[in-house]
Unconditional design. Structure first.
Length: 261
């Protein structure tokens, strides 16, 4: 039963789908963390061409099982817990292929923090989001505060965390946190179709884009400029670029197919 709380499946084009299914609320626990960590380790060892993270149930997640916090009796133990929690979205963000998070409903705390660690955040119209750690006197520990600041600005990040309110998908799309809001009807299929399009595209180029933007996040335009030409030049060693250039010259734009090699 526990093993089914996290499923990692791959299709013929090596699109990976990671599903959280820990009813009734997909709460974050030690056990769920271990299962998610094992799935991420699998993706690190056997990279996919794209990853979709989604959840089953009425909500994406109701947050963290508060018993996990109650068990921390010292500052040192709490820090060890938080170090492990932060490591999970950091590893997801570092995966060398496109990552998409699909939020179909209420998405709180850890799930929201994982969502903003992904490259693309898709939300159903009915989805709502919140970092509500203030209810237990805590601040978010899995990178959500700083990743929200990167997406929406420091002021919006402070508002989200300090109020502990929940926000609808349309508002967060307007703020730049959510990439796209999709209709509730057919949301799962639409999210899968979106991620499939990424998986069948020039995924080596997508990985290069992630590297360039990681440099930008670290040191702005100046640092990104120091690395962009080398990163782009490496793509000339890939079958995808050489094949796509030949296809463009022979058949025009938009006809190339990509293998991820």
């Amino acid at each position: 039963m526990a093993a089914q709380q996290v499923r990692l499946e791959r299709d013929a084009v090596d699109l990976a789908v990671l599903t959280v299914d820990a009813p009734p609320l997909n709460l974050y626990t030690d056990g769920l963390h271990d299962l998610l960590e094992a799935a991420v380790e699998d993706l690190e060892e056997r990279p996919a061409r794209a990853l979709l993270i989604r959840a089953e149930g009425r909500v994406v997640s109701g947050g963290v099982d508060v018993n996990l916090f109650a068990a921390q009796k010292t500052r040192a133990r709490a820090k060890a817990l938080f170090d492990g929690m932060l490591d999970l979205p950091e590893r997801i963000a570092a995966l060398p292929f496109p990552t998409v998070f699909a939020a179909h409903g209420l998405c709180l705390t850890w799930a929201f923090e994982v969502a903003v660690a992904c490259d693309i955040l898709l939300a159903a119209e009915r989805a709502r989001f919140g970092l509500v750690e203030k209810v237990v006197g805590l601040t978010p520990t899995m990178g959500g505060t700083q990743r929200l600041a990167a997406r929406a600005g420091v002021g919006r990040a402070k508002e989200l965390v300090m109020t502990g309110d929940t926000y609808d998908a349309a508002t967060l799309e307007r703020w730049g946190v959510v990439n796209r809001v999709l209709p509730d009807e057919g949301f799962d299929d639409a999210a899968l179709e979106f991620t499939h399009a990424l998986a069948t595209g020039p995924t080596r180029a997508h990985a290069a884009t992630k590297r360039v933007l990681a440099h930008f996040e670290s040191g702005g335009v100046v640092e990104a400029n120091e690395h962009i030409t080398s990163i782009a030049a490496e793509l000339f060693d890939t079958e995808d670029l050489r094949g796509a250039v030949r296809s463009f010259l022979d058949h025009g734009p938009g006809k190339a197919t990509f293998s991820g090699r």
